[in-house]
Design a protein around this ligand. Structure first.
Ligand code: ZN
Length: 361
């Protein structure tokens, strides 16, 4: 019943329910500016105007130890894996004083990373859609960030039944992906090896595992999505490696899910980041985040690499059309000499596989 109430609320607020194909426009002007506690503004507020940002610098807040887990709050709402109903992408409430809000719900005190849209929650970096603001000395976050990043952390993870997952080794065939700075290895080969190592680890945990490719094959992104649909997969995990070439400095793990409707993406690349767009996979926003967080946390623990955060993007075609929780993992930078050397070793790729497998326990 509660799910239906949520759906009705969405329709009432006008955020387009994801359609099977394509995307629809998001009606704007539903998010009040900071400080507003009345009805939504009549002018578009996504993304926020420059004026909404308070000039008071945000202090770095104390954080919990990096190994801390997010304590689930009671009572827990129904399962969100796999999600079937769209969730509200807008909320008439004002910006939320997030430290007090988190404490009241048993979440770790979030560490606000000053001058950015990033927060660290329970030791894990999350990139938000809007930069937090200071209101009367309290760090406040946008309602969409509360709904799409903080509130999902109060939910338990419930796996699909049956446990079926599609692993997607990025690239293949003529699409080699990026090239390792050391060892002259291609991303397409390293992602396939990662997936082949991961498959038996997941099978041992009771998952039925399908790979989008098991050899050096050209495979369009649409075929990867279609395969997951045909197999009625409960989850979809795309495996990639990163590059910042010609810069060789960047290193670390990034885990992506689709940007919720109304929010700015963390990463845009060449794809127009239309904050008003909603895609089929947006009906799994909360489950996407929970899956991304689990994988991100366990791969960080397994590899010890740097935490570049859980990010959101719209340009990833392999995620947009998925009608199931779906994430894309960038397992490290092949453009970084140290990290590329590590990724070139079978032992490190085994750790990458074990990290993802532990996330799905
Ligand atoms: Zn890639």
């Amino acid at each position: 019943m509660r799910g239906w109430i949520v759906v009705v609320a969405i329709l009432a607020w006008g955020c387009a329910k994801p359609k099977p194909v394509g995307y629809t426009r998001f009606p704007q002007a539903l998010i009040p500016p900071p400080g507003s506690d009345t009805t939504p503004a009549s002018t578009p507020s996504i993304p926020p105007a420059a004026g909404v940002r308070n000039s008071v610098p945000l202090a770095i807040r104390p954080t919990v130890p990096p190994t801390a887990e997010v304590a689930p709050a009671a009572p827990a709402a129904p399962a969100t894996l796999p999600g079937v109903a769209a969730t509200p992408a807008v909320d008439p409430e004002p910006w939320t004083p997030i430290v007090a809000w988190s404490r009241s719900r048993g979440l770790p005190t979030p560490e606000i990373l000053a001058g950015s849209r990033a927060v660290r929650i329970g030791g894990i970096v999350h990139h938000l859609g809007f930069e937090p603001v200071d209101q009367g000395g309290a760090v406040c976050i946008h309602p969409l960030d509360r709904i799409k990043t903080f509130e999902p952390l109060l939910q338990p993870t419930v796996w699909p039944s049956p446990r079926t997952v599609v692993l997607d080794p990025g690239h293949g065939g003529s699409q080699a992906g990026t090239r390792s700075l050391t060892g002259n290895r291609f991303e397409k080969d390293l992602t396939l090896d990662w997936a082949l190592r991961l498959k038996p680890l997941l099978e041992a945990r009771g998952w039925t595992v399908h790979l989008t490719r098991t050899n050096d094959l050209d495979l369009p992104l649409t075929d990867r999505v279609r395969m997951a649909e045909t197999l009625r997969a409960g989850l979809f995990i795309s495996l990639h490696f990163n590059s910042s070439f010609p810069s060789t400095q960047a290193r670390g793990l990034e885990t992506y899910c689709l940007t919720p409707c109304g929010m700015a993406s963390t990463t845009t690349r060449v794809y127009a980041d239309d904050a008003g767009a909603t895609h089929p996979n947006n009906r799994h926003d909360e489950a996407n985040l929970l899956l991304a967080r689990r994988i991100h946390r366990h791969v960080l623990a397994a590899t010890g690499t740097a935490d570049r955060g859980i990010r959101r993007a719209r340009f990833m075609e392999v995620l947009r059309g998925q009608d199931r929780p779906a994430v894309l993992v960038e397992g490290g930078f092949l453009s970084n000499p140290d990290e590329s050397r590590a990724i070139n070793t079978p032992a490190y790729r085994q750790r990458l596989a074990e990290g993802v497998a532990r996330a799905l326990e």
